[in-house]
Ligand binder design. Sequence first.
Ligand code: KG4
Ligand code: ZN
Length: 344
Amino acid sequence: MTLVLGIETSCDETAAAVVDDRRAILADVVRDQLDAHRDYGGVVPEIAARAHLEAIDRVIARAMDDAGIGFDSLDGVAATGGPGLIGGVIVGAMTGKAIAAARGLPFFAVNHLEAHVLTPRLTRGVDFPYLALLVSGGHCQFVSVEGVGRHRLLGTTVDDAAGEAFDKVGKMLGLGYPGGPAVERAAEGGDAERFALPRPLRGRDGCDFSFSGLKTAVRHAVERLPPGPLAAKDVADLCAAFQQAVADVTADRTANAIALFRADCPDGATLTAAGGVAANRILRTRVESVAEAHGLSFVVPPARLCTDNAAMVAWTGVERLALGLSDGLDFAPRPRWPLEELAG
Ligand code: KG4
Ligand code: ZN
């Protein structure tokens, strides 16, 4: 059995986890920084980096404690090496390297996007190749996942990521940060038909996304309401309409992505979803029915493994350890690191 410690610090969660090669999660600690950023309505990179630095040692100690092991029992250390807010990535990567160096263990600089798209292999052992819908705060793309380090980008957003659109709409409606979960909650009981919102790119070829026009349409709808504080009913109806529009567009894009994926991987039988927005229940349900209509099974990790966590980072380390793909301690953390630039 091999055991890998994973460290995640690319945005506003300080996380550490221990995962083994039999897909068991022995520890999974996530400490968010919501209180530190709340007053600013979004993540402030300098505050995030400092908060990671203050929390990281305790978060790792807690993960090792939960797993009931010492550093001597580890077979490798994996840390997110990018993409992300560079101050935070440096904190996690340097900590991971220090542990690896002190214990003579292999070090894995993990691509955060690859960690998200490999999560369905941790939770359900999905076989390559599969189609992944990655929908998070920073990314929104369809990827053909053909192996560890082997990904083909089929489509991406031409402007905002889906989570970014959720966050901006949440902010516009006074729901705080992060907007996604708040918009989903506020939409319960809302009337999705009252406001007519656009479905950007629906019916077009390919599987790119666009969300900025949708976000602007929400702003215009808000501006047309009577001045003064928004009524709870208006907020609920707007959230329901926005969420419905995102789900409609994603369902349309998914059908096209499946066709593109199938053209190259006729034996691929699974569609997976990952990233924070994959926690959204309406979106999941819509995407699942498209997958079923096309004869693909749909695998989506539990919500806490869809949002940022370190179990996915540790798992990517497990996968790379099995293939002998470790990184040197001279790895330089990267703010930008597209999946297509991963070495095989
Ligand atoms: O994957 P993630 O935790 O971090 C990134 O790598 O970006 O995704 C965070 C994003 C945020 O934009 C958040 O608003 C969104 O995921 N999100 C949701 C939900 N839960 C989180 N969006 C819609 N519905 C949700 N339930
Ligand atoms: Zn993420």
